[in-house]
Design a protein around this ligand. Sequence first.
Ligand SMILES: [Zn+2]
Length: 264
Amino acid sequence: MACLDLTVVGSSDAFNAAGRAHSCYLLEPHDEALGPVMIDFGATSLMALRRLGRRPSDIAAFAFTHLHGDHIGGFPFLAIDGMFNEPRSQVMKILGPVGVQSRLEALLGVTYGDILDRPRPYELDFRELLPGGEATLTGLAVQGFPADHMDPPEQPLCLRFTVPSPEGDKVVAFSGDTRLGDGLMAAADGVDLLVAECSGLKHPIGRHCAWEDWLTYLPQCTAKRVVFSHLGAAVRAARERLLDEVPAGSPPVTFADDGLSLTL
Ligand SMILES: [Zn+2]
């Protein structure tokens, strides 16, 4: 029996490739006592969420993989939406890597001045998650794994969520942005769904996963299903051909688009 919906709110890289919204995912357990949780919220995420007809004030918690603008840049708009547009009453729970509170508060200050000192109808509840750490967020178990994307003191994360269900727990992992390495492989191990970044076809593309990495790794990947997202322009343009290249023995592969919804 199904226990969660996963909606790709945005599927692009940092550059809004092919006019898509920044990488952003809504995890909605079917149990109303749990979640829902948003994973990352880039500069265009509020627009993408509204395009899906969804309300930010209904989302209990926000988890961030790392503190780059295409993953956190929508936070100021989210924060003021709950103050001035659709007043939010429930606590906004925020879980993210080391420094998440100071970075998001600084972002608010840069974009909206003294907004943090003004009355707000909801509370912000910040918590940090370390690589190797565990937390509970709106009833969901969350594990953090080290992503290879930024230099210390930044500690970017791959995130893994376990959604409890009487019929058997479901596990969904998010790569965030990272090179394909031990942290991502550990996060992906045995999960029901891996949402993984694929920013380009080949290196050099910085500390990201390229399609050439996935061609090598997919046959060993123990995730039951893989959705590629954070797609750069070249990957999106070539996605039909890339599906034909998926090696035998790989888990089922899908390329994400904004609005893609899966039920597990
Ligand atoms: Zn990114």
